[in-house]
Design a protein around this ligand. Structure first.
Ligand code: PXP
Length: 245
């Protein structure tokens, strides 16, 4: 069954906007679990613009599914992850000025660093995934450095203006997923997915988990987190079982 990781970064964005103690991403994470989330994702950014170190620590003590820590490949973040030992770590590129993660990690360019970091995280009992664009050379390096999982960046699919361009991006993601699986690498995906574009991605054969944040947090403002997550789970499962419209 396809799984959903709910990214609660933007709950913390609202809190940080006023420097208040609420809303608490940990509370919303528990509600997301009640709605059917299979895991909770947070991105501890270098500039700490939303999630704080304390959030990660409290989440790890509270969440009953699993925590997926998204992080840049920096020595400080690698040390933090090894000390905290989340179930999963997703290595992402990070630029200070960006609104959100703009592209996949350049695994090809970072090959040497990843060949050192991936085994260290793995030895700490953390399942590592690399957030990469759906390009075959990136997948080959992910497999070569021993990453058991890749998260395919769906941003270009999500932001495609025309149906033909969207179909093209979907094809790239499908091919990349097939290639990763042929190398024994588990495939997740995420970025820019929402209630109306999730079905074709969820329907890709072997897709294990989708990580979705902004759309679910936004929907939660309208209907509450439990229902927002349940609606997304329902769409993903319907797509996977071929009953999506
Ligand atoms: N996956 C990764 C690696 C991300 O960096 C993000 C954004 O933080 C997401 C998934 C979720 O993206 P969105 O908020 O657009 O659903």
């Amino acid at each position: 069954m396809i799984k959903l990781g709910v990214n609660v970064d933007h709950v913390a964005t609202v809190r940080q906007a006023r420097g208040s103690r609420y809303p608490d991403p940990v509370v919303l994470a528990v509600l997301a679990e009640q709605g059917g989330a299979d895991g909770i994702t947070v991105h501890l950014r270098e500039d700490r613009r939303h999630i704080q170190e304390r959030d990660v620590r409290v989440l790890l003590e509270t969440v009953t599914t699993k925590v997926n820590l998204e992080m840049a490949v920096t020595p400080a973040m690698v040390d933090f992850a090894i000390a905290q030992r989340p179930a999963d770590c997703c290595l992402v590129p990070e630029k200070r000025a960006e609104l959100t993660t703009e592209g996949g990690l350049d695994a090809v360019g970072l090959r040497e660093r990843l060949a050192e970091v991936v085994p260290r995280l793995t030895a700490a009992g953390i399942q590592v995934s690399l957030f990469i664009d759906p390009e075959l050379p990136q997948i080959e390096v992910a497999a070569a450095v021993g990453a058991p999982v890749v998260e395919l960046h769906t941003g270009r699919y999500a932001s495609a203006d025309h149906p033909a361009a969207r179909t093209d991006e979907l094809l790239k993601i499908t091919r990349a997923a097939d290639h990763a699986r042929s190398l024994g690498v588990t495939v997740n995906a995420g970025h820019g997915l929402h209630y109306r574009n999730v079905a074709p991605i969820a329907a890709i054969a072997g897709m294990q988990e989708l990580n979705i944040g902004h759309a679910i947090v936004a929907r939660a403002l309208e209907v509450g987190m439990v229902q927002a997550v349940a609606e997304m789970v329902q769409r993903m499962r319907a797509a996977r079982s071929g009953t999506a419209g």
